[in-house]
Design a protein around this ligand. Structure first.
Ligand code: AMP
Ligand code: MG
Length: 487
């Protein structure tokens, strides 16, 4: 297959260039020494209408060594609040190869991550490690199959170059695919460093790309805030559903399209505890599992502030309007979160005391150090457990109460099972398995990595052949496990 055929496959159309210059820098990836394709996502290639192949030219494109003639490559400017502090940021080690249009005219950013320095690199090397990029590949694909909106991973290409972190590591470039890389931080950037006109143009661009139904609204800024709030509430409710801890919910990592992205120190919770944190740099637990709803509200408040100039000409009026929208967060959150938690215990029609049942379960789980995933899975899935997840005094007690509740109607338990299966995965990417898989994969042994990927394509389906993936790690692993941004 010729190079020309591949470049024709990418249907690039860079709409981002319509934005004023301050929003990006034209920059090309820095070529790498010896690109080798390490992982190629053929399913995703097909979904994007790209021709699957391991051929050399595609590797050169995805390594950043060759730019298709049809595109201009850019690094995007953005700012953001990192752990509560405002900073100027930008793509310091990522370059947008182009916006690809599928046959159905769906637009996706094709971004190379780890592709060299840009004007926003500050003191960073612009590179990424093989292990971190494989981790992003594995977890983002798992999230996709858990039916959670997320960036996806098209390929990991080894660069043949060393990357210097705490230790010398192998370098890699990940191809990240996303509806867009617009973030809360892009709006903060416009608001802090641009004019009102720049902010207006960004907002128009965003409405066109993600919320075209509001293009002609005379309250476009407000509609934008409401839409992002709705998408982010749905997203974080999903995270709470499967025990996902993002780990670095800075405003630059909060997408406008409502997709999970920036897989750095993320992890999955095993034993249920709202204070669970794995990220080595999150010493105050700002981004702990149970804090995620509070933090997303905080991030949305930063978006509201950035949008003030286009919400209303009069500042006080703008603040009032924005505040009203932010004040609606709690009720919207509660509604979605309740629906989800009740779904996890098989209840579709809420009755009085049902929420108390959820609270009691969480309290029992916390008390018993119960595994979050397996406790829910044990409610509906017939698995031969070594130790039954519900076999503790308080959980047994709760189970009886719950059974009474769901068997009030005749078809109760059967219906509850169907509901629970939709909300509760059996398999998640357990931290210890991910680490083992990455250690092997970086040595060239993809057996565990590929098994995990395959198993996690149907995470709601129990399969006996993957039984060993059910179990959480031992307590020692759990207590010492740390994740890193170091990337
Ligand atoms: P993150 O923690 O991945 O959200 O990144 C925060 C900021 O640091 C972004 O502006 C990144 O582009 C930048 N950054 C992270 N790692 C590097 C690196 N190795 N070289 C240059 N910039 C980086
Ligand atoms: Mg980031």
């Amino acid at each position: 297959m010729s190079y020309q055929q591949f470049t024709n496959d990418f249907q690039f159309d860079l709409s981002y260039l319509k934005l004023p210059d301050l929003f990006y820098s034209r920059v090309t990836p820095t070529p790498v020494y010896d690109p080798q394709c390490f992982k190629l996502n053929t399913d995703l290639m097909e979904a994007l209408n790209l021709t699957p192949s391991q051929a050399d030219p595609l590797i050169h494109i995805l390594a950043g060594n060759r730019i298709p003639e049809s595109t201009t490559t850019i690094a995007q400017a953005y700012a953001g609040h990192q752990f509560g502090h405002f900073n100027m940021l930008g793509d310091g080690r990522a370059i947008l190869l182009g916006e690809h249009l599928t046959q159905k005219q769906q637009r996706y950013d094709i971004q190379l991550k780890g592709s060299g320095q840009t004007p926003y690199s500050r003191r960073g090397d612009g590179r990424a490690t093989l292990k971190a990029m494989l981790r992003e590949y594995l977890i983002s694909e798992a999230m996709h199959h858990l039916q959670i909106p997320t960036s996806r991973s098209l390929a990991v290409v080894k660069t043949g170059e060393s990357v210097y972190r705490e230790q010398v590591q192998e370098g890699a470039v990940l191809t990240r695919v996303m509806k867009s890389h617009l973030r809360v931080g892009t709006f903060e950037f416009a608001s802090y460093f641009g004019t009102k006109e720049d902010l207006l143009m960004l907002s128009e661009y965003t409405l066109n790309r993600h919320f075209p139904m509001h293009i002609s609204s005379d309250q476009a800024g407000l509609r934008l805030l409401e839409e992002v709030m709705q998408l982010q509430i749905q997203l974080v409710v999903h995270w709470m559903r499967v025990g996902f801890i993002h780990g670095v919910m800075n405003t630059d990592n909060t997408s406008i399209s409502g997709e999970t992205f920036d897989y750095g120190p993320c992890a999955f919770m095993n034993r249920y505890h709202p204070n669970t944190v794995f990220s080595s740099i999150d010493s105050n637990g700002r981004y702990a599992f149970g804090n995620q709803p509070r933090i997303i509200k905080w991030n949305l408040t930063r978006l509201a502030e950035a949008l003030l100039p286009i919400i209303h000409e009069d500042k006080d009026t703008a603040v009032q309007i924005a505040q009203r929208t932010i004040d609606a967060f709690d009720a919207l959150w509660d509604k979605e979160y309740r629906r989800m938690m009740l779904g996890k215990i098989g209840i579709a029609q809420e009755q009085p005391n049902d929420l108390q049942l959820v609270d009691e379960l969480l309290q029992c789980m916390q008390l018993e150090n119960a595994d979050y995933t397996n406790t829910f899975a044990a409610l509906y899935e017939d698995i031969e457990w070594d130790v039954h997840p519900l076999n503790t005094p308080s959980l047994k007690n709760w189970f009886e109460k719950w059974k009474q509740r769901v068997t009030q109607n005749e078809e109760g338990l059967a219906t509850a099972r169907i509901i629970m299966k939709q909300y509760n995965p059996v398999f998640i990417p357990r931290n210890h398995l991910v680490e083992q898989a990455l250690d092997l994969a970086t040595q060239g042994n993809f057996s565990l990595f590929d098994q995990l990927l395959t198993c996690l394509k149907t995470p709601y389906q129990y399969q006996d052949s993957y039984r060993s993936f059910l179990f959480p790690p031992n307590v020692e692993f759990e207590l010492q496990y740390q994740t890193f941004c170091g990337t």
